[in-house]
Write a protein that binds this ligand. Structure first.
Ligand code: FMN
Length: 357
């Protein structure tokens, strides 16, 4: 059996196409549309409360009876450093002032890692989504065992060989090989470690050769030809994020869609400034300020994100979108705005994969 057939059987889907989980952007409607079209839709619940996670999973179940994926963040808790956080807030003060606002007095760790969120762990064991995927690391062994005992299939992101080997050793069912081109956060386990910054094609090739798990390619895949190229390299499936942001079913704001659809090649930046972890998004005033010469160190993830989100909130109230986290991959210039079912059908057709609804 090919690696693709094996993965399709494992996930219970028809086509080797996964809509990436995108916290704040993916929705039940988007995930259900992709799953109903024969791919695997995903919910990005890394930044959600337990109540919101339950609501999104239940809503998706009302929209599809097909399998879908639920994604959580397994980052290590933030390393707090008051001096770094104060210096960062002072550095952002002129940006806040420009929006008629004051920086907050202090920053918060705005969401809990799944690894420390027992209520979220219990929720996923109770609701048993068909698939659960992990970003920024792996959950504790006992949590993984509880999910597997509940019949859940698991996936985890890897940006380098060592992470892929850890994923295989933990007994996770398949891995997402996330290359440098990818929009959103790099799933690196340790954001302080040296990053070999491998591109998607190179990483997929390496992991297919070295790790005995199905490899899902992610990063810069925008059309069926890109899909086909990744499958030809041995990927069992592909995962696309940026390509789905402009779908009407996503939660992206009008301004995000407008900027995404008018972006040219080369307009994304990999930056820690917005959240404290490396992530790729459309270059804007926040990133330019955060990366200017002499800028102080960014606080740890997700503490830095608190500052960026507060500034964005103040600016948006005045109609300014210059400080948003508009995540996008290097393929952004090829993004298309169309309903998810049509996008999936077009991708499959371009990839030469027979599409039967
Ligand atoms: C807007 C956006 C939000 C994302 N949020 C998440 C997330 O919550 N969890 C996750 O595992 N990956 C997330 N990612 C990364 C994707 O899983 C995937 O690696 C990436 O989208 C692939 O690259 P592409 O955007 O070029 O298709 C996000 C990507 C984007 C574009």
């Amino acid at each position: 059996m090919s690696s693709t057939s094996a993965l399709l059987n494992l996930l219970g889907i028809r086509f080797p196409l996964i809509q990436a989980p995108m916290a704040g952007v993916s929705t039940p409607a988007l995930a259900a549309a992709v799953s109903n079209a024969g791919g695997l839709g995903s919910l990005g619940l890394g930044a959600s409360s337990v109540a919101d996670a339950r609501r999104q999973i239940e809503q998706t179940r009302r929209l599809t009876d097909r399998p879908f994926n639920v994604n959580v963040f397994c980052h290590r808790p933030a390393r707090r450093d008051a001096a770094i956080e104060i210096a960062w807030l002072q550095y952002l003060q002129p940006l806040f002032a420009g929006q008629g606002a004051l920086p907050p007095v202090k920053l918060e760790e705005i969401y809990l890692s799944f690894n420390h969120n027992e209520a979220m762990q219990d929720l996923l064991v109770e609701l048993r989504p068909a698939v659960v995927s992990f970003h920024f690391g792996l959950p504790p062994v006992n949590v993984l065992e509880r999910l597997h005992s509940a019949g859940v299939i698991t996936l985890a992101s890897a940006t380098r060989l060592e992470e892929a080997q850890a994923i295989a050793a933990a007994g996770v069912h398949a891995l997402v090989a996330q290359g440098m081109e990818a929009g959103g956060h790099r799933g690196m386990f340790d954001p302080g470690a040296h990053d070999p910054q491998l591109g998607t094609a190179e990483l997929v090739q390496l992991l297919v050769n070295e790790v005995r798990l199905p490899v899902i390619a992610a990063g810069g895949i925008m059309d069926g030809h890109d899909m086909q190229a990744m499958l030809a390299r041995g990927a069992a499936a592909v995962q696309l994020g940026t390509a789905f942001v402009a779908c009407p079913e996503s939660a992206a704001s009008e301004e995000y869609r407008r900027r995404l659809l008018s972006a040219g090649a080369g307009q994304t930046r990999l930056t820690r400034t917005l959240s404290g972890r490396p992530a790729r998004g459309l270059l804007n005033r926040f990133i330019a300020h955060g990366e200017a010469p002499g800028a102080p160190q960014t606080p740890d993830y997700p503490v830095a994100y608190d500052a960026a989100k507060r500034l964005h909130g103040a600016a948006v109230a005045l109609g300014c979108h210059d400080f948003a986290a508009h995540w996008a991959g290097t393929g952004v210039a090829r993004a298309r705005a169309q309903p998810a079912a049509g996008l999936v059908a077009g991708l499959l057709q371009e990839a030469g994969l027979a599409y039967k609804s």
